[in-house]
Design a binder for this molecule. Sequence first.
Ligand code: 13P
Length: 251
Amino acid sequence: MRTPFVAGNWKLNKTPDEAETLARCVVDAVSGITGVDVAICPPFPALERVASAVRGTAIGLGAQNMYWASEGAFTGEVSAPMLLTCGCEYVILGHSERRQFFGETDETVNRRLKTALRAGLKPIVCLGESLDERQADRTEQVVEAQMRGALNGLSADDVQGITLAYEPVWAIGTGLTATSEQAEAVHGFLRQVLARLYRDEVAQAVRIQYGGSVKPDNAAALFDQDNIDGGLIGGASLEADAFAAIVKAAV
Ligand code: 13P
């Protein structure tokens, strides 16, 4: 049995002050909800403030990216050891916005992923097709290539420490959600590929979140699907009550 996992990706939103306030509201709003893992991922400058707000609660802290070197001449980057000292347990890798605007590729996601696992962070690895790719009927081909690229060289043990997030690019921030059936079809497909690459037991253990315009009113239908193990939430995670409603829907 996989425990559902709901994570909030705050993207480029919230100053440290605002982030701490939101984190405290999330702590209140989700308190008492059990049977689901919860994490919030604020921007880097807010990590320590949010860490103090969630300390002693069941809410985990995550970062939105990291680099593979631990230190050196890499202006603008942050490393896994730095995230750990800020209190991070999770790190989002390969988000489509990183791929689209900041040149990330399957290969750079793979390098980050290996480093994150070695450092003891729990990675959330994002993948998903664009609208053009879906319309050209290439969804399976695209997500399989992204997954193989990201997981290249990883052992079955490594893979069991990862959460995958299927986020169709056309559903992110657009208000267009994949239907439960569309999402479930891709999640089931990803699990089959995992079983082929590793073994069925590994495929059954890996959590696959859905992301892309998840809201309180569509969350339950998505999370009810056999292969959807919670969600990676953008816009709705910036509002504590909406986020808590989504967390509840995952239980
Ligand atoms: P939205 O929930 O705003 O569509 O964003 C989804 C997402 O990109 C989460 O990583």
